[in-house]
Design a protein around this ligand. Sequence first.
Ligand code: G
Ligand code: G
Ligand code: MN
Ligand code: NA
Length: 254
Amino acid sequence: LKIESCLKGALAGDELYMLYQPIFSLSTGRMTGVEALLRWRCPELGQVSPDRFIPLAEQSGLIVPIGRWVREEVCRQLQVWCSDPDWDITVAMNVSPVELAQPTFAEELLDQLTSSQVPEQLLRVEITEHSLVRDNEAVEQNLVQLKARDIEINIDDFGTGYSSLSYLRRLPVSSLKIDRSFVDGLPAREDGATITRTIIEMARALGLDQVAEGVEKPEQLAFLHGHQCTYGQGFLFSRPLPPEQIPGLRGRGV
Ligand code: G
Ligand code: G
Ligand code: MN
Ligand code: NA
């Protein structure tokens, strides 16, 4: 209850900010993108994790104005980065199932992109499998509208939901993010290794990229390399960083 009442004030005050975690191509070793991650520093409660406040925001509906703030902030940041005409680092933004079920979601996002004048192919949208559990006309419409304007869709936490895989054929998905829980025990834990390998192979066969999340150890990276996983993200490469630190990582290999 305390968190909820504070969260109302967070939007009005200067308490929300974004960090950006680099994503690396495992074939070239270069940073090719970042994931935008929301942070909340509450004057009363201190730093509150999105794992705690996002679910509350979803229940109360506050996720809608918070999501709008995130989109505006990410577009503003992309606009700053794109003042360099050679900027080619993509930005993936997390979108809650509640936002995605709003019939005007895609339209609003596309309007925001138009007014900030950032190239559409630099923005990606991350949705979880949970968004797709129930057949929802608005969700599908939003995804189709985004794809029509070159915005790629990533499936976050892939393998942890319980939706039918048929959406991979039906919806305009571009990449699968292999959940950290599978990457965790690599290469020793056989179940995680089998699931990771299977996701990589299935994605490749479907023409989708694969992003391994939560890569923390060299032996995990070696396993992913060995199975030609296309992208990696995790503390081994970089923690989430303030936006000022991102341009300095361009061109540097890992
Ligand atoms: O960054 P961190 O690992 O603490 O994120 C925890 C969870 O919060 C993750 O599931 C992540 O997807 C989610 N999250 C982070 N930023 C955002 C955001 O801007 N919007 C939404 N909807 N979820 C976010
Ligand atoms: O669910 P989603 O993938 O959006 O969550 C991303 C979250 O994972 C972020 O909050 C980020 O801080 C966290 N994260 C990113 N890399 C690592 C990692 O290597 N290890 C752990 N434990 N968490 C990570
Ligand atoms: Mn994510
Ligand atoms: Na994830």
